[in-house]
Design a protein around this ligand. Structure first.
Ligand code: GTQ
Ligand code: FE2
Length: 347
């Protein structure tokens, strides 16, 4: 064939591919199989001083109830158009509950946690067990557990939610169900049943079976987290000098507290920093106390209590403390580890 004849045949071939819903690899290989991850998400920062007043305004204007379910406002990565996601796998939101308000019961296949940076007065009821939410606590709502939140006080409370909504959406694995109008309780016990059963260090209740693959412990209290971090620093048993960290684990397995989301608390001594690393998978951090700086990819953020930032896959990260810095981190690491896709590199 002459070269014009070949060109014509090729054009016909591509048109026929198109009509047959076929795409040749060779035209897209470089986008489909990159040398290293090219995340769509970008480093992003949300300041508590911006988030909280906006949530407060929503509290005045938007009722919470059936249908909408939650007064939760998502942190949207500016580079993921159309989807209210902090990263391609993680949902992060500020949730606000006014005095005496109740967020009604429901359950979903998405896994959730709450982390409290300030305030108290809301009980999250998980499968009929009322769990107090207070500053520094991590509260879990594993997949397919009924949950409602009730504010029993005369003052509002806000916290952050982390969920695997984007991952579950990508996996076409979403199920949702309304619960009874009231899980039937306004109980406000100091200690929830799950904590009484599962919350004793090193002691597994022999007669109890967890109801899911995630942790049967619904609350991880700040006093324990704080003591564990303080001990690491005192004992020089830290990740790197001046950097202590704990991971919230499932007491029944020793693995991550949640199947799809890793949760950790980090403490940096004043003037110290984390190692500079990058990992496959994305994360969101929230400063709990102190001030410092986060270097995320090509960005540098000055951060203080309540500020959140997103770390895209494979973006170099280094966090530095001015004052002693406590920061909560959540990530999709367990997913990559389970699938054999985890990688990390010092940078
Ligand atoms: O508190 O149950 O931010 O179902 C998103 C979905 C919170 C919740 C969110 C939810 C919840
Ligand atoms: Fe929910």
């Amino acid at each position: 064939m002459t070269s014009t004849a070949v060109d014509q045949e090729l054009a016909r071939l591509y048109a026929d591919f198109e009509a047959a819903h076929m795409t040749p690899l060779w035209t897209q290989r470089e986008d489909l199989m990159t040398e290293s991850p090219r995340p769509k998400a970008v480093p992003a920062l949300w300041r508590w001083s911006t988030l909280y007043p906006l949530a407060e305004r929503a509290g005045e204007l938007v009722p919470v109830g059936r249908g909408g379910e939650r007064r939760a406002i998502a942190l949207r990565n500016p580079a993921i158009p159309g989807d209210p996601y902090a990263t391609p796998t993680l949902w992060a939101a500020i949730q606000y509950l006014g005095p005496r308000e109740v967020a009604p019961s429901h359950r979903h296949s998405q896994t959730a946690f709450r982390f409290v940076v300030e305030g108290e007065g809301v009980w999250t009821n998980v499968e009929g067990d009322a769990v107090a939410m207070r500053r520094g606590d991590l509260l879990l709502t594993p997949s397919w557990h009924f949950h409602e939140h009730h504010n029993t006080t005369d003052h509002p409370m806000a916290w952050i939610d982390g969920l695997d909504i984007p991952l579950v959406s990508k996996l076409d694995a979403g199920f949702f169900e309304f619960g009874p109008d009231r899980l039937g309780t306004t109980e406000t016990p100091a200690r929830s049943r799950n904590e009484r059963l599962w919350g004793h260090p090193g002691l597994r209740p022999v007669g109890a079976q967890p109801r899911s693959a995630s942790s049967p412990l619904a609350a991880y209290r700040w006093e324990h987290t704080d003591a564990a971090l303080a001990a690491q620093l005192e004992l020089d048993a830290t990740v790197t000098p001046g950097h202590a960290a704990v991971r919230f684990t499932n007491p029944a397995t020793g693995g991550d507290a949640l199947t799809t989301i890793r949760t950790e608390m980090h403490r940096l001594r004043s003037g110290h920093a984390t190692a500079a690393t990058r990992v496959v998978g994305s994360a969101v951090w929230q400063v709990f106390a102190g001030t410092g700086r986060a270097h995320v990819g090509d960005q540098t953020y000055e951060v203080a209590t309540g500020d959140l930032f997103a770390v895209p896959s494979w973006a170099p990260l280094r966090v530095e403390a001015d004052d002693q810095l406590d920061a909560f981190r959540f990530s999709d690491d367990p997913v990559y580890e389970a699938l054999g896709l985890a990688r990390r590199e010092d940078v």
